[in-house]
Design a protein around this ligand. Structure first.
Ligand SMILES: Cc1ncc(COP(=O)(O)O)c(C=O)c1O
Length: 397
């Protein structure tokens, strides 16, 4: 019997059966290159255009405004670098505004642009990880070309007030008599949130298919008509000169099928995952001493549970959970030999002692209440053992 409990849906999700079904012909018999002038190619090209129309209806935009990319990281790189370089070339400015809790795809794109004369203002967040639209307004200046704020944070699940941010960006742009593009990294939002680009007020929006039941390595960039853009992949001119390279036909078809499912089931998903998350949160608060929920208590993704446990270490807890068949995460990857706290938790002002011992448990609709019960029966021991280990390590020094 497979007793594994998967609680890392923010990292990736299982491929939806409808996405697999939609993809299968393009992995088997319909293998044509969409640029081909024969039936097989035309069928592949047609499938891409049908997928484009389907994604466009999910985002409330025109099909021509949808660009299929590689993973979310590529979509974000294209949005930020593509707009920044186009506007720099046109002499329109060299300043970007973003938040201090963005994914590294955003932060490192801004770092990269610094090598080409761009400056970035990183807007702070409050203790819940919320970006204040007034701070965004304050950061915009007469050289600002782009603002990028995520729709939902991948670590602590906090939802950002995008429509309000869009309003202040427009107001500031008007008063400075300039056009400022607004991008949102919506990678974590597709399962639970309305992605209507007009309601959000954004010019660019990035998605990653594997976060909502689509295949890995495929993503979407919505780009409002007329947005200045310099392509970041040059070559054969696919995707209307915005992303060259032979299209990932099956990936594109699977992305569209998964997005249709995800957007159609948003309410049900939010209800189901919300119940499981509440069960986890209440259970942890009752059974684990000194546990503190991170992020916003209400304005958060319904499937995100993120706790800090003073005096513990994330790695030790994750290993212990893995030994017991539970897949969880700390929310941010530890990429270096020397431990560094997550930039998101640091930006929220979380003390180091807490940021060292965190767990992110992200539910999916296939999780069951019994699985949450099992996690709750195990977690207090995992936390107390990590505390004991950490404190004996400290006293041994
Ligand atoms: C908020 C956010 N943005 C961007 C990405 C990057 O997506 P991908 O790894 O699919 O390129 C992720 C992935 O975890 C994410 O959570």
């Amino acid at each position: 019997m497979n007793t594994r409990i998967y609680l890392d849906h923010a990292a990736t999700t299982r491929l939806h059966s409808k996405a697999l079904e939609a993809m299968r012909p393009y992995l088997e018999d319909e293998f044509g290159n969409p640029s081909g002038m024969y039936d097989l190619g035309k069928e592949a090209a047609g499938a891409i255009e049908r997928a484009r129309s389907s994604v466009a209806s999910g985002l409330g935009c025109r099909p021509q405004e949808v660009v299929f990319t590689g993973p979310g990281t590529e979509s974000i790189n294209a949005a930020i670098k593509g707009v920044a370089f186009a506007k720099q070339l046109a002499g329109l400015g060299n300043h970007i505004v973003t938040s201090s809790i963005e994914h590294h795809a955003v932060l490192h794109s801004c770092d990269y642009l610094a090598k080409f004369g761009f400056e970035t203002t990183f807007v702070p967040v409050d203790a819940f990880g919320t970006v204040d639209p007034d701070e965004v307004a304050h950061a915009i200046n007469e050289r600002t070309v782009l603002v990028s704020v995520m729709l939902a944070n991948n670590e602590v699940g906090t939802l950002e007030p995008l429509p309000e941010i869009a309003e202040v960006v427009q107001r500031r742009a008007k008063s400075l008599r300039r056009r400022i593009s607004l991008h949102t990294d919506a990678v974590q939002g597709a399962n639970a949130l309305d992605l209507d680009v007009k309601r959000l007020g954004v010019d660019l929006l990035s998605l990653s298919a594997h976060k909502f039941g689509g295949p890995k390595g495929a993503g979407v960039l919505y780009m409002r008509r007329g947005t200045p853009f310099l392509e970041q992949l040059s070559g054969g001119g696919q995707e209307r000169q915005r992303r060259a390279g032979t299209e990932n036909v099956a990936g594109i078809v699977g992305t569209a099928a998964a997005l249709t499912e995800a957007q159609a089931n948003r309410e049900q998903y939010s209800k189901l995952c919300g119940q499981l998350s509440r069960q986890l949160i209440e259970g942890i608060l009752q059974s684990v001493p000194a546990a503190r929920l991170s992020g916003h208590s209400e304005q958060r993704l319904p499937n995100n549970v993120h706790f800090s446990f003073e005096g513990t270490q994330s790695d030790a807890m994750l290993e212990a959970l893995d030994d017991l068949g539970i897949a969880a995460s700390a929310g941010s990857a530890c990429t270096s030999a020397t431990w560094e706290p997550s930039h998101v938790l640091t930006a929220m002002g979380m003390p180091l002692g807490r940021a060292a011992g965190v767990l992110r448990l992200t539910c999916g609709p296939e999780n069951r209440a019994e699985e949450i019960d099992r996690v709750l029966s195990i977690l207090p021991r995992v936390v107390s053992e990590s505390r004991a280990k950490a404190s004996s390590g400290l006293s041994a020094k």
